[in-house]
Design a protein around this ligand. Structure first.
Ligand code: 6PG
Length: 233
């Protein structure tokens, strides 16, 4: 098993480990450049990590917050990654609204993607390098909203895209691989036995990027519970 995987007995341990690593990198960026940029994923796994991050004394006034992907739904929708993040990470009054760069899920998807890309470029330049990107892995091997078989999984030029995800019956806006892989620190948080096959495929499976988008995370630093890495050699 690669030394870039930190294995914990349970999901809480993995969440704490990932939260601390992210906080350390953000503090280093703030010390170096006076500001830090963080792109987080949605879904359910990050909730525990977000709750840990709130306790780590980060100076949110110096952090620019982005999302790796978003469901194209209103920000009040229970499917919204922004809503989940607001409920678990964003402490009211700590993070100025101008530093919360959410995907405008209430808009039409392609327009929302274009606006989001322009916000990223305005904040980080035309070749954006986030200080930290945190990804998850779906049980089908997707990451961000890059799903198996989607040609955009092979895109190494674009920054942001909108796509219809038939299996989720949902429009999504997602970072494309380039800005994810350009991160100064790229972390993957995974937990649960239901992810074990996907994690094994991502890290040790035969190369099949269109079939296992999370294979692009092979050089990332992983934080996982034992259940999710049980199939790794
Ligand atoms: C999303 C996420 C997605 C997520 C995986 C894992 O919008 O759903 O960004 O890429 O990381 O689907 O989701 P869970 O953490 O809910 O298993």
């Amino acid at each position: 098993m690669t030394d870039r995987i930190h294995v914990f007995s349970d999901a809480q341990g993995a969440a704490e480990g990932c939260a601390r690593a992210i906080a350390d990198r953000l503090n280093e960026a703030i010390a170096l450049r006076g500001t830090a940029s963080l792109a987080v994923s949605g879904g359910s796994t990050p909730k525990l990590m977000f709750r840990e991050m709130v306790e780590l004394g980060l100076d949110w006034s110096k952090i620019q917050l982005f999302w790796v992907d978003e469901r194209v739904v209103p920000p009040t929708d229970d499917q919204s990654n922004y809503r989940m993040t607001r409920e678990n990470l964003i402490v009211p009054g700590h993070l100025p609204e101008t530093q919360v760069h959410r995907v405008r899920g209430e808009m039409e998807a392609v327009a929302a993607a274009a606006l989001y890309q322009s916000e990223i470029e305005a904040a980080l330049g035309p070749e954006p390098r986030f200080d930290v990107v945190q990804c998850g892995v779906g049980d089908d091997g997707h990451t961000a909203s890059l799903f198996p078989g989607e040609p955009m999984v092979a895109d190494r030029i674009g920054l942001v895209a909108a796509l219809w995800v038939a299996k989720k019956n949902q429009w999504r806006v997602t970072l494309l691989p380039k800005p994810i892989l350009a991160a100064r620190s790229l972390y993957v948080l995974s937990s649960g036995a239901d992810k074990a096959v996907a994690v094994q495929s991502a890290l040790q499976g035969p190369d099949n990027p269109l079939g296992v988008p999370s294979q692009m995370l092979r050089d990332a630093e992983w934080f996982s519970d034992a259940a999710a890495v049980q199939h790794l050699a």
